[in-house]
Design a protein around this ligand. Sequence first.
Ligand code: GDP
Ligand code: IMO
Ligand code: MG
Length: 427
Amino acid sequence: MPATVVIGAQWGDEGKGKVVDLLAERSDVVARYQGGNNAGHTIVAGDQTYALHLIPSGILYPDTLCIIGNGVVVDPVVLVEELDQLEERGVDTSNLRISGNAHLIMPYHVQLDTQSEIRLGKLSIGTTRRGIGPAYQDKAARIGIRVQDLLDPSILRRKVAIALEWKNETLEKIYGEPPLDPDAVVDEVLALVPRIAPYIADTSLILDTAIRDGRTVLFEGAQGTLLDIDHGTYPFVTSSNPTAGAACTGTGVGPTRIDHVLGITKAYTTRVGEGPFPTELDDDAARHMAEVGHEVGTTTGRARRCGWLDLVALRYAVRVSGMTQLGITKLDVLSGLPEVRLCTAYTTPDGTETADFPWHQSDFHSCTPVYETLEGWDDDIVGVTSLDELPPRARAYVERIAQFTGVPITLIGTGQGRHEVIDNVEL
Ligand code: GDP
Ligand code: IMO
Ligand code: MG
């Protein structure tokens, strides 16, 4: 797997962190390419649980180079906190490199994210309120502050002053909040520079060299396909592109250098925040998924909405990212359900049945899922590591997913632990 993108195929929280950590064991470099600390990637290694938000899920291996690419938005306060926490737990972070072109999440971005959500009221997106949207907004408006600006205090001061000129107007006049003092904002950030500066590097060059030298590189997606600002369920999306193409723009590596795209999906579906979700359930099966799967948000602690696996959406995810293989996590969570369902088509409001993901939001918002029902299995499969140990019904469920999506399933998660997985298979 020379250069592989690992990406969420649903609405995030598919178990990307666990999979990246697993593959990082045999990889040289792990690079994040979009999103920020809206992500929450959980790794369970032995009796230790790590919840990473900004730092790539390869950090637990001392020899793996970890990169925060230019497409990521970096909250410097969160970065330093996460570094400190890891180091306190004995994790060596010296192998982290951060792109000088990555944009910073400033305190006003966090404030504006919160205020905008409050203002939207019933129409709110349910963001993580981490300042992600406002930071990407400033990047596109070309008034963003970049990691490299940390190295030049006078430029930093000028840029923050310009940005705050109208952020303060917005805070005061629209939201009735007190304005921020530009110097205080800059001083707070500058205090963190000694801690961050050693990590800043030309990460595009580092990645290029690694790929040329035949090293194994993983691109770690955050969020998931349906949260993509272009291909997701807009406006209930994040403000970046989690889909595979962004691995190139978000790190400065050309598309011809990527060999594989591994999509990660749960064996069922979850979603945190607002927005349409055709296969959402409010019944015993949903309660089973939520309880057995511990479906609580890693970043915000919100309960995740649960439902059946949506194969229409999954096949769409395969398409828009050109996925070459799929990993299915949390198959163990479905054990004990009398029957399991797969959504294989939608009926749209005009009565049309379609197996293609609707391009029009109204069709998606009001479609009803068409299900195929398969027999459930009772056997506890937690920790199972070979296909032979899977109950035939669980295997049939996985095989149906592979058949419908048209890509091989190469990994099946059977528990939270790092090695609770059926790996290196092809179904
Ligand atoms: P990410 O954002 O995609 O990295 O996923 P999260 O870490 O937010 O959520 C996935 C949750 O499922 C985490 O608590 C993982 O430890 C857990 N998990 C991942 N794979 C499996 C699996 O195969 N089985 C079970 N039971 N839990 C898993
Ligand atoms: P990982 O990487 C699940 C959701 C939020 C909200 C929407 C926009 O752990 O899979 P934002 O703060 O990004 O502007 O919020 O996106 N969201 C996630 N949901 N997993 C994530 O990351 C998410 N990151 C953002 O709940 O609905
Ligand atoms: Mg998560």
